[in-house]
Design a protein around this ligand. Structure first.
Ligand SMILES: Nc1nc2c(c(=O)[nH]1)N(C=O)[C@@H](CNc1ccc(C(=O)N[C@@H](CCC(=O)O)C(=O)O)cc1)CN2
Ligand SMILES: Nc1ncnc2c1ncn2[C@@H]1O[C@H](COP(=O)(O)OP(=O)(O)OP(=O)(O)O)[C@@H](O)[C@H]1O
Length: 187
C-alpha cells in the first residue's frame, strides 16, 4: 500500500481504540521494551504523545528511563521549518501543548542531536523491512538524518507490520527495531 493509503487505514484503526485500550496497550509495549538489550546507553529521545490521535502513551517508558537514571530528551517542533529542537527533560521542564496538540517543552537546556543515543519513533504504520509512515511532514526523517549513524531507532506501534510500503523515498530512514503488542521486530 502507499503511504497515503496507510495513513488513512491506521488513523481509522487508532480512532477505534478506547482510552482504556490505549493505556493498556502502551503499558504492554513498555513491558516488552524492558526485556530488550537497549538500556546501556545514556541519552534517550522520547516523543510526548498526541492523545487526541491515540498515539502510544510514552509515560510508562518515561518511568522506566527515570528508574534507570537515564537522560531523557524531548523536542519542540517548528511547523514552518519542519525542524525539531531538543531539550533535556528535568523535573522543572514546563510542558505545553502546541497547535497540533503535541505536548512540548517550553524551553530548557538544549541538547545537540549528536548526543542522542536512542530514539523512540512515533509512526502510523511500518513494514517488515523497517520502513515507516508518519503524518507526512518529514520531521523524523530530517531529525534522524542529523543523528549519529549508530543511533538506535525504535518504533512503537499498537499494530503489526505491513508487508510493504510501496512508495518509500531515498530520504526515508529505516527503523532498527519496532515493538508492537505481541512482537519485537528486528530489522
Ligand atoms: N507525538 C509526536 N510528536 C511528533 C511527531 C509525532 O508523530 N508524534 N512528529 C512526527 O513526525 C512530528 C510532528 N508531526 C506532525 C505532523 C502532523 C500532525 C497532525 O496532526 N496532522 C493532522 C493534520 C492537521 C492539520 O493539517 O491541520 C493529521 O494528520 O490529521 C501532527 C504531528 C514531531 N513531533
Ligand atoms: N532529511 C530530510 N530533509 C528535509 N526534508 C525531508 C527529509 N526527509 C524527508 N523530507 C521531506 O519530508 C516530506 C515527508 O516525508 P514522508 O512522507 O516520508 O513523511 P513521514 O515519514 O510520513 O512523516 P514524519 O517523518 O513527519 O513522521 C517529503 O516531502 C520529504 O521530501
Amino acid at each position: 500500500m502507499t503511504k497515503k493509503e496507510l495513513r488513512q487505514k491506521y488513523k481509522a484503526l487508532r480512532k477505534q481504540l478506547t482510552d482504556y485500550e490505549v493505556e493498556e496497550y502502551s503499558l504492554e509495549i513498555a513491558n516488552q521494551l524492558i526485556h530488550l538489550d537497549i538500556w546501556n546507553r545514556n541519552f534517550y529521545h522520547l516523543f510526548l504523545p498526541i492523545e487526541s490521535q491515540h498515539e502510544v502513551d510514552t509515560e510508562f517508558i518515561l518511568q522506566v528511563l527515570a528508574g534507570k537514571d537515564k537522560d531523557v530528551v524531548v523536542s519542540k517542533s517548528d511547523f514552518e521549518t519542519r525542524e525539531m529542537t531538543h531539550f533535556l527533560l528535568t523535573d522543572n521542564t514546563k510542558i505545553k501543548k502546541n497547535e497540533y496538540d503535541i505536548p512540548e517543552p517550553v524551553d530548557g537546556l538544549e541538547v545537540p542531536v549528536s548526543k542522542i543515543d536512542v530514539v523512540f519513533v512515533p509512526l502510523l504504520a511500518y513494514d517488515v523491512n523497517g520502513n515507516r509512515v508518519g503524518y507526512g511532514k518529514g520531521f523524523y526523517d530530517k531529525f534522524l538524518s542529523e543523528c549519529q549513524p549508530n543511533v538506535l531507532k525504535i518504533g512503537l506501534s499498537f499494530f503489526e507490520a505491513e508487508e510493504l510500503i510501496s512508495d518509500v523515498l531515498p530520504t526515508d530512514i529505516q527503523l532498527d527495531i519496532c515493538v508492537s503488542l505481541t512482537t519485537v521486530y528486528n530489522f
